[in-house]
Design a protein around this ligand. Structure first.
Ligand code: F6R
Length: 614
């Protein structure tokens, strides 16, 4: 949540910062701003409510000079989205400007004390409190900016990634992090900093990931110096990232979401590459094999995640229990972390997260490790906090996901969970060799079958306008397709703002059936495999009450499709892999309904991609 970006070097900072903000807009987009130190060594702050393009309009006639600056795109936590709550924030004397991603939880106490000392506040934010505190400490103790930041942060409780610049000091940015992401890009005679590497990939691939409670002093034409809040000097570790610029562009699609939906065949093939052997008789994930004893002795697996990643976790429960026979529990990370869960040494906790930064999932990881569990991560963003805080893990390798609604990350998480289940099953001998090979053979066909599934796009686009009237939707599926129903409903509500609920189809009779009338669209995931006949009975029950049925069926089906008002065919596959195909038409349905309703699908209201606050 919130995107931060900074630059110091030989180039004009403003264009780099603005481009960087556009790339980080997926993290929050209710207001944005920039602070630059101009040639007279003064700080100019420009900020406004709205998107980054509103900031560009607002700043167009201002002094935008300067080769050092910081910028921010906001997802409001404390204080409504308006001009004064937008970042950057000045300190009282305007000698400092700060940007911040996170929450300073004890801001009210600090604010009260600063007010007593004569400080005045122009915003309702916790961030302004922090910059005033830094200024106060700096003046009182007569220390440099780094020391003042360090002392201020010893008083701050909460999460932060911050960057601070100082009037009259055009050669330095001081940055710090705790539980919010921050990465420094190291170029030739220039430095960048940002919430992730996307703002600067065209300038440098060399990065330093700041760790929790570390402060970086980034000085023009010098090295990055890092100290911890408790004043221990650290040696910066330079890493190389793999990311290309065209991964950050729409590639001819009108929206990132549509691009990412269409990327799934290629991305899923990449997620399997090098992990399934050529003969399809072995799946090898190094993270599992290197920790063979842990997985062979595991008494229980607990999956923790949020949102779409939690839905992937539910499918993981079906996969892992079916193939490995290890009991699995799936928990919302936000509940798990606060309910004093029972975790034993021979439990394995799997944390699933696209961003690798979700605050609740990260906290669940920390709790599980503290209690002695072996913690495994399934993440997409390389170098993010969860992979750096887990014992081992597997990357999904689907490239940056920029559309706020998760699509390709979900199918990749399910793919990785299938690979994990097959790897453990083979180690344990819980699956006979013939079946193991059949499953691998089938999994390897999924990218081609996804390609075929994407051909339903045109048809779905035609059907979508019919449903724009709807205020509610119900999504129903059984077994492996129950989590698919949840995911389909989530996609629809988050981007089209239509209320939607997913249920196990058989649960419908226990309440939701009361909602069904001629106005209610009901989406059924009803492939031939699994509980086909039972799902068919549920469809008949909806039909009898005049619900409008949209079904996902196996190619060639002429029973469910006859009862349905609209049906979309997907290729036949193993029951356990149906979610990898059936999710795609549901992503497309949500996308086209949202487009017909004129919604911003890439940046839906109130949402942000990376939920770094709890
Ligand atoms: C929905 C969506 C969210 C995320 C959730 C967890 O489309 O994207 O529900 O799945 O915020 O995020 P990660 O996977 O980054 O931990």
């Amino acid at each position: 949540m919130c995107g931060i970006v900074g630059y110091i070097g030989n180039k004009q900072a403003y264009p780099i910062l603005i481009k960087g903000l556009h790339r980080l807009e997926y993290r929050g987009y209710d207001s944005s701003g920039v602070a630059l130190i101009n040639d007279k060594n003064e700080i100019n702050v420009y900020k406004t409510k709205g998107k980054v393009e509103d900031l560009e309009k607002y700043a167009s006639d201002k002094d935008l000079s300067g080769t050092i600056g910081i910028a921010h795109t906001r997802w409001a936590t404390h204080g409504e989205p308006n001009d004064s709550n937008a970042h950057p924030h000045y300190s009282q004397s305007k000698s400092l400007a700060i940007i911040h991603n996170g929450i300073i939880e004890n801001y009210a106490i600090i604010k009260k004390d600063l007010i007593k000392r004569g400080y005045e506040f122009k915003s309702d934010t916790d961030t302004e409190v922090l910059v005033q505190l830094i200024e106060h400490i700096k003046e009182k103790n007569n220390v440099d900016l780094t020391k003042a930041v360090q002392l201020a942060l010893t008083q701050a409780v909460g999460a932060y990634a911050i960057a601070v610049i100082e009037k009259g000091n055009p050669n330095q940015i001081v940055a710090a992090r705790k539980a919010s992401p921050l990465v420094i890009g190291v170029g030739d005679d220039e430095f960048f900093l940002a919430s992730d590497a996307t703002p600067f990939v065209e300038y440098t691939k060399k990065v330093i990931y700041l760790n929790d409670e570390e402060i970086a002093t980034i000085t023009r034409n010098d090295e990055v110096h890092i100290r911890t809040i408790s004043d221990v000097e650290k040696t910066p570790e330079l890493k190389e990232i793999e990311m290309s610029l065209n991964e950050l562009e729409k590639g001819g699609f009108p929206h990132f979401m549509l691009k990412e939906i269409h990327e799934q065949p290629k991305r899923i093939a990449e997620a399997m590459r090098g992990r399934i052997n050529i003969n399809h008789d072995n799946v090898a994930l190094s993270g599992i094999i290197d920790n063979k004893d842990k997985f062979l002795n595991a008494k229980r697996i607990i999956i923790v995640a949020c949102g779409t990643s939690w839905h992937a976790g539910l499918i993981g429960e079906y996969l892992l229990e079916e193939f490995t026979r290890i009991p699995v529990e799936v928990e919302y990370a936000s509940e798990f972390r606060y309910r004093n869960p029972i975790i034993n040494k021979d439990d394995i906790v799997i944390a699933i997260s696209q961003s690798g930064e979700t605050a609740d999932t990260l906290a669940a990881v920390e709790l599980a490790r503290k209690k002695g569990a072996f913690v495994y991560g399934i993440c997409n963003v390389i170098g993010s906090s969860i992979p750096r805080n887990t014992d081992s893990g597997t990357y999904t390798h689907v490239g940056p996901e920029i559309g706020v609604a998760s699509t390709k990350a979900f199918t990749a998480q399910v793919t990785v969970l299938a690979l994990i289940s097959l790897t453990i099953a083979n180690m344990k001998g819980s699956l006979d060799k013939k079946r193991y090979k059949e499953l691998i053979d089938e999994l390897a066909t999924i990218p081609a079958k996804m390609e075929e599934t994407l051909k339903t796009n045109e048809n779905i686009q035609k059907i979508a306008p019919i449903f724009t009237y709807a205020k509610n939707f119900i999504y129903l599926g059984r077994g492996y397709n129950y989590p698919v129903a949840l995911e389909g409903a989530l996609k629809l509500k988050e981007i089209s703002y239509i209320h939607a609920e997913g249920y196990p189809a058989a649960e419908m009779k226990h309440g939701p059936i009361a909602l069904i009338d001629a106005e209610m669209p009901v989406v059924f995931i009803a492939p031939h495999k699994g509980m086909y006949e039972k799902t068919l009975s549920n469809i008949e029950e909806v039909k009898a009450r005049k619900g409008r049925i949209f079904s996902i069926v196996t190619k060639g089906d002429n029973v469910v499709s006859k009862v349905s008002d609209y049906s979309i065919e997907i290729p036949e596959t193993e029951e356990c892999f149906v979610p990898l195909l059936a999710t795609i038409p549901l992503q497309l349905l949500a996308y086209h309904i949202a487009i017909m309703k004129g919604c911003n699908v890439d940046q839906p209201r109130n949402l942000a991609k990376s939920v770094t606050v709890e």
